[in-house]
Design a binder for this molecule. Structure first.
Ligand code: KIV
Ligand code: ZN
Length: 499
């Protein structure tokens, strides 16, 4: 078996999804879970991009022992200096530097020439090697870069000391056979790969739904590292999903590729990332979707009951799906809540557990059965107490043939305010009442409501984006009452306003 290295970029490329940003404490939680999952490399951030990213790379480097911690840079000395500084506590460290190599990047982004790009790439790799022994080079938009020129770039950077060469299909454009051919061409035309001095890495985006297929094709073409994210999250249509790649090589041992992934940790990791990022997993998502192992047709049910392998190519237990799940009701105790959260990758103790438990009891009074999804929402809610604006109460009258009216009580900087307003619908009335108290020039830009599982007693999750002084702020709220969840999401956004 040949070893395939798993490079997880959930905390860098994955975290670029608008509205899904994590704070440092949450990033550390994810990084530790990735370590338990067995990933080889954690891309922890792009340190020069913001103090928050810098700090996350520092703190993740301290918190994690086994995986290599990687920091992204452009082919710019200042970026590399800052990345090296951010990585100073990492036990194993890697700088990931690079530059665009496709004709449009060379011409429009850099106003440069192919030869000058090679010089800049080589200079960046040499500069990064002054700080660390492990330097990865990325050729941005390699998917649309001519293979012959790309091989010259890659040959030059491997001679300059690049230990890994990342070939991103940045726009998700290539077909699997073309991507495989590209990787094979590079393997065959750059001496460093056969000589074992460097390895090729895939980095595929999912714009045309081909990220996983392209990644597997890249491995068949000779890549020995894959860049992936949990649940395939990432900008636009996302990146390649870790769980799909890991399970493809596990279910196809004939391909002769093995990873270090402890697949039984896949499901809890997926749940943790989905919950912390407030980003639902589509029900039919391969490997980790709610329906991935749910057989509903009569034919299938009979087949699976007689012998699971009739219709199942994977055992749900292999990806960490715990079938003996207990149903939570108002009679469940703290220990059951803690246990269920633990199965889903969230460790809670003390005060935090108490608060979740109180919220759980309030929810269990309204819902017959509380699901894992509900619990994860309760655990993911922002529980900090120092918010400037808080909802005290909300009352809404609505129905057919009447104009909805809302009255609201808010605490603003510890002072209580009340207001009432009517609107086109209950949410409109409630937000108008809120705006009578918070008199700022703010506009609701995006508004989505989602039911978490099923049933009319379900919890609603509301995501909103609110524009204020030229910036967009994301807010999130959850409640069995959709109007309250909407107002809470609006307030969550207001609490993030910078002035
Ligand atoms: O998609 C891409 O090209 C990237 C690089 C910055 C590695 O994410
Ligand atoms: Zn990318």
């Amino acid at each position: 078996m040949e070893r395939l290295y798993i490079f997880d970029t959930t905390l860098r490329d994955g975290e670029q999804v608008p509205g899904c940003q994590l704070n440092t404490v949450e990033k550390i939680q994810v990084a530790k879970q990735l370590e338990a999952l067995g990933v080889d490399v954690i891309e922890a951030g792009f340190p020069v991009s913001s103090p928050g990213d810098f700090n996350s790379v520092v703190e993740i480097s301290k918190a994690v022992t086994w995986p290599t911690i990687c920091a992204l840079t452009r082919a710019v000395e200042k970026d590399i200096d800052v990345a090296a500084e951010a990585l100073k506590f990492a036990k194993r460290k890697r700088i990931h530097t690079g530059i665009g190599t496709s004709p449009s990047h060379i011409k429009y982004k850099f106003n440069s020439t192919p030869e000058e790009i090679i010089e800049r790439a080589v200079a960046a790799v040499k500069y990064a090697r002054k700080y660390v022994d492990d330097v990865e080079f990325y050729a941005e938009d390699a998917g649309r870069t001519d293979n012959e020129y790309l091989a010259r770039v890659i040959d030059a950077v491997t001679k300059a000391g690049a230990t890994v060469c990342n070939i991103p299909d940045t726009t998700g454009f290539r077909l699997p056979n073309e991507y495989e051919e590209k990787i094979r061409y590079l393997y065959e035309h750059v001496d460093a790969f056969a000589a074992g001095k460097s390895i090729l890495s895939t980095h595929c985006h999912n714009d045309l739904g081909m990220a996983t297929a392209n990644t597997v094709a890249g491995v068949l073409g000779g890549a020995r590292q894959v860049e992936v994210t949990i649940n395939g999250i990432g900008e636009r249509a996302g990146n390649t999903s870790l769980e799909e790649v890991a399970m493809i090589f596990k279910t196809h041992p004939d391909l002769g590729i093995e990873t270090n992934i402890n697949t039984t940790k896949i499901f809890p990791t997926s749940r943790m990332v989905s919950s912390l990022m407030n980003m639902p997993v589509q029900p039919n998502k391969a490997v980790v979707g709610r329906n991935a192992f749910a057989h509903s047709s009569g034919f299938h049910q009979v087949g699976v009951l007689k012998n699971a392998s009739t219709y199942e190519i994977m055992d749900p237990k292999d990806v960490g799906i715990d079938e003996a799940s207990i149903v939570l009701t108002a009679r469940s105790g703290r220990a059951a809540i803690k246990h269920r959260l633990g199965i889903n990758g969230i460790q809670v103790e003390g005060d935090q557990l108490d608060k979740i438990y109180q919220d759980f009891l309030a929810l269990a009074d309204k819902k017959k059965e509380v699901t894992d999804e509900d619990l994860l929402v309760l655990a993911g809610v922002d529980r900090s107490t120092d918010h400037n604006v808080k909802l005290d109460y909300l009352q809404v009258t609505t129905g057919k043939g009447i104009r909805p009216v809302a009255s609201i009580g808010l605490q603003v900087a510890n002072e209580h305010f009340e207001a009432a307003a009517s609107g086109n619908g209950p949410v409109d009335a409630a937000i108008k009442a809120l705006k009578c108290i918070i008199k700022r020039e703010m506009t609701l830009k995006e508004f989505t409501i989602q039911a978490i599982s099923k049933g009319s007693d379900d919890m609603a999750k509301v995501h909103q984006s609110v524009e204020y002084k030229g910036h967009i702020y994301y807010g999130f709220g959850t409640n069995t009452d959709i109007v309250t969840a909407s107002v809470e999401a609006y307030i969550d956004a207001i609490n993030k306003f910078r002035n």
